[in-house]
Design a protein around this ligand. Structure first.
Ligand SMILES: [Zn+2]
Ligand SMILES: [Zn+2]
Ligand SMILES: [Zn+2]
Ligand SMILES: [Zn+2]
Length: 801
């Protein structure tokens, strides 16, 4: 996903292995990135490019005129099954394959508006109706969407407009009755109902709650740091030869305090994370739901009502504005390269987009100076962190003499300020000497192939496809005359990304809508570069928590941080997710360092049999089992012993059964699911510790099943057991714990167990607030639940729980 596809990777690695040793040596020992790039790209042959082109064609990103009908029909099937989300996604795919101003696109938009209507997304539904009409929705079908429009308006309380729409519809209909598809009396009846609805609404002097304040603008750093943009004044930037750059607390910090709020300098939506719908196997068009179907290509906002790029099917946006913005910033050049970029992987894509964005910053100087070989060396060589020469830029005087000045901390400008800009990005370490020669060769040739495509395709796009004057300005011939310079910059970015790419994640709700408990999981949405977040060092037990809204990362203290302590975040290998050996191995391979965090130190000394959430227990006395290949009971008076292989295979067996039970649960076969899960639980008790992750999953499944059956009490009991497992593994204040508490609150809430619900809501809010801040959806939801409960009459009616 990050790196190029396997076929291209192995093709290049084979090419590398066939190179004469002398050439391999030249590339391996090249001192600068520019040498590596130039030496490698000399070796890119036309047949290599042909091979790559063939691979790229495997990703069809163009528009297929036959696809809209196919997707509309597939969407209609989902619609019949009342899977409105699935239907909306398929209609969106149909939209993305349609040309503007065709019946195809109008019909797809109109059908999607129906799905959105059923999903209760009335505002979006109205927008889609408008889109259908702008693209020439056939007149014979007009009454259908006009009626839908009126219904939306009524539901939204926009009664004046609703009446107007109905009047229009009626007069239109009386004028040309033959036009309508639906029989006259049906339409009449619908109109009649709507009019009654309007009257009822008018009688109700209902005040509609004002829309929630736009959360996001309010969520701000209390005081922005003068020296580091996007960071709070509670931190400061330090540097040290061993640690490199890092942030420390300048005062005592409380849990939940916002420390960094930074918009990605660049982000690229991850195409992966396929979520299969029902796949029509014999079709050339995929019905799979991908990130690109659900999130805006530009701002990453979640939407079911995407608008596609006019030129391709892989870029879909939440709005016209995002489409326009993306086009001006980068998509005018990327549009025709979709297949190639998917083949070359996300890192290559980000590298390209970074250089495209760099054109707009006040760093034209950097790129131009890059053209000068000497400054290139200066930029790409020094990896010694405490003594780095940086280019002086942005100041009038330095423009004249181009002198190189010393700044104490790399990435900072002459005034010592560190900002979220291309200059800071450029200064992130590429760790050139740590990457294997093969890897550098792979990156260099991929970038080089991309450059040749750019030369061929985008220069043309630059001159013909321009939509904005700004672009014209940078596309003038004196802009970076040498594509090789771009190549070197892109190579640098590709190498930087391995250590500096930040996964942008989101919590996706899974499971059917009928389920009262939402089953959520974290998914990777995009990969981004955040220069300020990149300043944070890693710990396997970090003192911060990161979350994302759109393309903005927020970092909050997850615990108290004392003045002078380092601010740490986790690069992925977290102590609650893997053992120390695995973490160390991962960090060394990807980030080139040995982790020395407190978690690693204590765990390495402890040499325990592993964490409790992976522990086996004795069949006869339930004491923990100990040992390596053969485990024996930890209780001295017990003589049980058993081979690890045997336990592991029992565990795999059990996991398989849990999976099947969850499948039943998903398909609504609740009684069967419960029976199976209870069986699994019985088995688990005979050899797994009560805090084992699988035991937790079983309890969680049971909780979901009972909730769906309406048995709140049982559901809550099981969820509380699952909660204990999560607490042992992730800690009582972890975000995982917050999500579990949220679920428990939902159960109590639905069961009208008011005191329990209020109590759990409070706990969940406390935990989630620390990680997400007050404006997160979950917090808002909890507060809604709370106010709803507090408005209830004091004596609960009917059986409580
Ligand atoms: Zn957007
Ligand atoms: Zn496009
Ligand atoms: Zn560690
Ligand atoms: Zn025992």
């Amino acid at each position: 996903m990050d790196l190029p596809v396997d076929e291209w990777k192995s093709y290049l690695l084979e090419k590398w292995s066939l190179l004469p040793t002398s050439i391999q040596l030249t590339i391996s020992t090249a001192e600068t990135l520019s040498d590596i790039f130039l030496q490698s790209s000399l070796l890119l042959q036309p047949q290599d490019e042909m091979f790559l082109k063939r691979l790229s064609r495997g990703y069809f990103v163009g528009k297929d005129p036959e696809a809209p009908l196919f997707y509309r029909e597939e969407g209609n099937k989902k619609f019949q099954e009342k899977d409105y989300t699935g239907a909306a996604v398929l209609y969106s795919k149909g939209v993305s394959h349609s040309r503007p101003n065709t019946e195809d696109i109008a019909l797809c938009y109109a059908n999607r508006s129906a799905a959105l209507f059923h999903l209760g997304q009335y505002e979006t539904c109205l927008i889609d109706i408008m889109r259908a009409q702008t693209h020439g929705y056939p007149e014979r079908l007009q009454p259908k969407i006009m009626l839908r429009k009126a219904e939306c308006l009524v539901t939204l309380g926009r009664l004046q407009e609703a009446s107007q729409t109905i009047n229009d519809l009626e007069s239109n209909f009386t004028a040309k009755p033959a036009l309508a598809d639906s029989p006259f009396h049906i339409l009449q009846r619908n109109l009649h109902h709507l009019k009654i609805k309007i009257q009822e609404k008018k009688n109700l002097t209902e005040i509609f709650p004002a829309a929630l304040a736009k959360a996001f603008e309010d969520m701000d750093l209390r005081e922005e740091n003068e020296k580091i943009s996007s960071a709070s004044s509670s931190v400061s930037l330090c540097t040290d030869p061993l640690k490199g750059r890092y942030l420390i607390a300048t005062k005592d910090i409380l849990p939940g305090e916002l420390l960094v709020k930074e918009a990605a300098f660049v982000s690229v939506l991850t195409p992966g994370e396929m979520q299969p719908l029902h796949q029509a196997l014999d079709s050339k068009w995929s019905t799979k739901v991908t990130n690109g179907d659900l999130y805006c290509h530009q701002c990453l906002k979640h939407t079911l009502a995407t608008v596609p790029c006019d030129g391709c099917t892989y870029a879909k946006y939440c709005s016209q504005e995002c489409m326009q913005q993306a086009w001006e910033l980068y998509h005018s050049i990327e549009c025709s390269l979709g297949g190639l970029l998917l083949t070359l992987g996300v890192f290559c894509h980000i590298a390209l987009r970074l250089t495209l964005l760099a054109r707009f910053e006040n760093v034209g100087e950097i790129i131009r100076k890059l053209c000068d070989e000497t400054s290139l060396k200066d930029i790409s060589l020094p990896e010694n962190k405490n003594m780095v020469k940086t280019l002086n830029y942005g100041q009038g005087e330095s423009e004249e003499n181009g002198k190189i000045v010393q700044t104490p901390i790399p990435g900072c400008d002459v005034n010592g300020k560190y900002e979220n800009n291309y200059y800071a990005v450029f200064n992130l370490l590429p760790h050139t000497e740590n990457h294997s020669p093969e890897h550098k060769f792979l990156c260099a040739l991929s970038v080089s192939a991309l450059c040749r495509q750019l030369e061929a395709a985008s220069l043309q796009a630059l001159t013909t496809g321009l939509k904005c004057s700004e672009l014209k300005a940078v596309a003038t011939p004196d802009f970076c005359p040498d594509l090789d310079i771009w190549g070197v910059a892109m190579l640098r970015h590709m190498l930087q990304l391995q250590c500096n790419a930040q996964a942008i994640t989101t919590i996706q709700q899974t499971g059917s809508k009928e389920n009262i408990i939402t089953d959520s999981r974290q998914v990777r949405l995009a990969t981004g570069i955040f220069p300020v977040v990149s300043l944070l060092n890693h710990s396997c037990s970090p003192n911060t928590s990161v979350s994302f809204i759109s393309t903005v990362a927020t970092i909050r203290a997850s615990q108290q941080i004392r003045k002078g302590q380092e601010i740490l975040h986790c690069y992925g290998p977290h102590e609650s997710r893997m053992g120390v050996a695995e973490r160390q191995q991962k960090l060394r391979a990807q980030y080139f360092f040995d982790c020395n965090c407190p978690a690693c130190q204590t765990e390495a000394h402890r040499m325990t049999a592993g964490p409790r959430w992976e522990a086996f227990c004795c069949n006869s006395c339930r004491a923990p089992m100990q040992g390596d290949d053969v485990l024996s009971c930890g209780n001295r008076s017990c003589t049980e012993s058993i081979s690890r292989d045997h336990l592991v295979s029992r565990l795999q067996d059990l996991q398989q059964q849990v999976k099947m039970a969850r499948e039943l649960l998903r398909n609504g076969k609740l009684e069967q699911a419960v029976r199976r899960l209870l069986g699994c639980r019985h088995k688990a008790e005979s050899f797994l510790s009560a805090e084992h992750t699988v035991a937790g999953e079983i309890e969680d499944g049971l909780a979901q099943a009972y909730a769906a059956l309406g048995d709140w009490q049982k559901s809550a009991t099981h969820l509380q057991k699952s909660l204990q497992v999560v607490e042992v593994r992730h800690g009582p204040c972890s975000v995982e714990m917050g999500h579990e508490l949220f679920k428990l609150a939902q159960i109590f809430f639905s069961g009208f167990a008011i005191p329990e619900a209020l109590n759990t809501i409070q706990k969940a809010e406390k935990v989630l607030l620390v990680h997400y801040g007050p404006w997160h959806d979950d917090i808002q939801e909890l507060r809604k639940m709370k106010s709803c409960l507090l408005d209830l009459p004091p004596i609960p009616v009917g059986p409580s729980m």
